[in-house]
Each structure stands twice: as C-alpha cells, then as structure tokens.
Write a protein that binds this ligand. Structure first.
Ligand code: 5GP
Ligand code: MN
Length: 338
C-alpha cells in the first residue's frame, strides 16, 4: 500500500466512524474471513462497523467468530440498505469492481461514503479513494493482516481475528500450496498461530464437512468429466437437475473444479454449473503454469479473477456453452500444451 493511501486511511480512521464492510457475492473463506477480521479490528478501535454480505454463504463458514452478526443483503434488505446509506466509510474486500456484489451494486454506486478497497484480483476499477490492491498477495486475508500491521496495530490481533485471517489464507492458497504462497505468507501464518489460530480445528471445520449427498455430487461431476488431451484440458458440468438430485446446498460445488487439474498432463480445468433461478451457468476456471484464466474468463465469459483461478458466466445452456468453449480451445492450443 503506498504511503499516501496509508496516511489517508490513518486520517480517516483517526476518529470513530460508521463503517460498512462488504465482501463479494457468494463469499468464500477469504471474503468472509477478511471482512470479519477487519470488523473485529474496527470495533476494537472504537468504530461502529457492520459486515453486509450480498447474499448467503456456505454453512462451513458459519462457525467463524462474528459470523452471526453479518447482515445478509437479500434477507435483511431494508436494514442493509440503511446501513450502506448511513456509512461514512465503506470497505470493499476481496473484489475490485462493483459489479461483483449483485443486487447491491446500485446501493454502493449511490453511497456517499469514502470507499476503501482491499483486494488481490487483477485489473482493479477505480471506485475507491483509498486503494490497497496487490495481485501478488495470496489472499485478502493476508492483506488485512498486513494492513493492520501497517496501521501499527499487529498487537491488537486477537485469537478471534487470527482464526478468521488463517481461514482465508488457507482457503485461497489451497492449504498453502498455490504459487502466491510465499515465505512471508508462512511467517504470517506462524504469527497467527502464536496469536491463537487453531490450525487443525480450522482445517477440520472447513474441509471435513461433507454430507453423503455432497460426495455423490462429486461423483457425478467426476462422471461427467470430459478430458481433451490435445488441449491439456479437462472440463465438467453439473445441471440443475443433477444439483437437485443430490440435494445441492450452498458451498457443495466448492473445489470440484480442482479435480481436473489432478490429472497428469492437464493444465486447464473448468466446471460449468447451471443455475436455473438466475438463468445462467456459473463457470470456474483453474490452470497451472502461465496460462491466464483471468484473461480467458475476461475475454470470453464476462468474468475475471487471477492468473490461475477465475470465474465467469454464460447465458446459454450447457450444451451450447460447452460447444462454444471447445470452439475457443484451438487458438490456445500452443499456449496450453507447450
Ligand atoms: P470461483 O471459481 O472459486 O468462483 O472464483 C475464482 C476466483 O475468481 C475468485 O478469486 C473469485 O473472486 C473470482 N471470480 C469468480 N467469479 C468471478 C466473476 O464473475 N468475475 C470476476 N471478475 N471474478 C470472479
Ligand atoms: Mn481472495
């Protein structure tokens, strides 16, 4: 974070403020972990802070300290809107353009608050007066730890905050294995453990929460997988009918896309998931190496993200979308297979 922005933030937080903290729609461990950690911090510093999530999030994140204080914009709509309107400061965490908050977009666009962005995705838009954007960071949670340190308050980080920050770093780094995991990330993790992060318990609470139907859904996704060796690509699909058959609950499809990448020689994995209610397919892209799924998602599927993990969507049905997807691959063949 540059000096000018850091000083502006110090100045902004030097007196008690009404603050709203916003994660992206369908928040994951990093989005919920970072917003809650910041929420605990700002409350401790005497601010009146509220986390407002654009919609609901998976059950396996609901144990996090402070989670039951989060407002759900869809469910607590009037209260959430009022809170955004009244806010003097709005922190947006783990996303970098206002289209990522669904129905909440127009409320944020018309808000009078000073915006602060903390995020590690590529190509940030410029809605925030104060920006901490770093695409090299493993996670927004690691950035929240750094931000609190830059504000001179690393000692304020307590066990509750440590548990939240640990969770987001763990989920966004695939348990400390993705490329953005640095020795610095491990030093932050070590300090979080010293501050009370319960590492074994967190892994258990996030990853050992399968229901029998979720495992059957995984089986279905593996069954549907199509391997295109000539493009080092594997993709799979889940239709609404299949989701219904296996009693889909929010979060059940998280991580399924990664199975494609466990195949030897596969460098690009994709999952297309039908959402009948929204009339779209939600798509997750993953890669290993230099092939940028951020560019791919941005150029062809109205999405974006990181070099090796991105998301997007399609308004067409599954067979049309996968046909279109396959038609795109020849132009990337060299990049995917070299
Ligand atoms: P996932 O596939 O797990 O939903 O998302 C992978 C990464 O891409 C995450 O960092 C997520 O924030 C980002 N992402 C997911 N969907 C979208 C999207 O529609 N647009 C943009 N810009 N980023 C997305
Ligand atoms: Mn993240």
């Amino acid at each position: 974070m540059n000096f000018e922005h850091l000083n502006a933030l110090k100045e902004l937080l030097s007196s008690p403020k009404r603050i709203a903290i916003i994660p992206h729609k369908n928040p994951d461990g990093d989005a919920i972990g970072s917003t809650l950690a910041l929420w605990h911090y700002l409350q401790l510093k005497g601010h009146e802070a509220t986390v407002i999530s654009p919609n609901d999030y998976p059950k396996f994140l609901k144990w996090m300290p402070g989670a039951n204080e989060i407002l759900n914009f869809e469910r607590e709509n009037t209260e959430s809107k009022e809170c955004i309107k009244q806010a003097e400061v709005i922190f947006t965490l783990d996303f970098n353009h206002l289209g990522r908050v669904g129905q909440m977009t127009e409320n944020l666009e018309s808000a009078e608050a000073t915006f602060v962005m903390v995020d590690h995705h590529q190509q940030p838009s410029d809605y925030a007066k104060i920006m901490y954007s770093d695409v090299a960071m493993s996670s927004t949670c690691e950035m929240v730890y750094k931000l609190i340190s830059l504000l001179g308050d690393v000692e304020v980080i307590n066990a509750e905050m440590a548990n939240c920050i640990y969770t987001g770093i763990m989920t966004d780094t695939g348990s400390f294995k993705f490329k953005a995991t640095t020795s610095d990330t491990h030093r932050v993790i070590a300090d979080l453990m010293d501050k009370g992060a319960e590492n074994t318990e967190i892994h258990h609470r996030i990853y050992d929460t399968n229901s029998p139907s979720r495992l059957h859904l995984l089986g279905c996704a593996l069954e549907n997988m199509v391997i295109l060796e000539e493009f080092s690509t594997a993709y799979t699909t889940l239709s609404q009918e299949e989701l219904d058959r296996y009693n889909y609950q929010k979060g059940d499809t998280e991580g399924l896309v990664n199975y494609g990448l466990t195949l030897e020689g596969i460098r690009f994995a994709v999952i297309f998931i039908e959402n009948k209610e929204e009339g779209i397919l939600k798509i997750s892209f993953r890669s290993v190496g230099d092939f940028s799924v951020n560019d791919f998602a941005r150029n062809h599927f109205e999405g974006g993200g990181h070099t090796n993990a991105a998301g997007g969507k399609s308004n067409k049905n599954i067979s049309e979308t996968t046909a279109y997807f396959k038609s795109l691959l020849p132009r990337y063949q060299k990049e995917l297979t070299q």
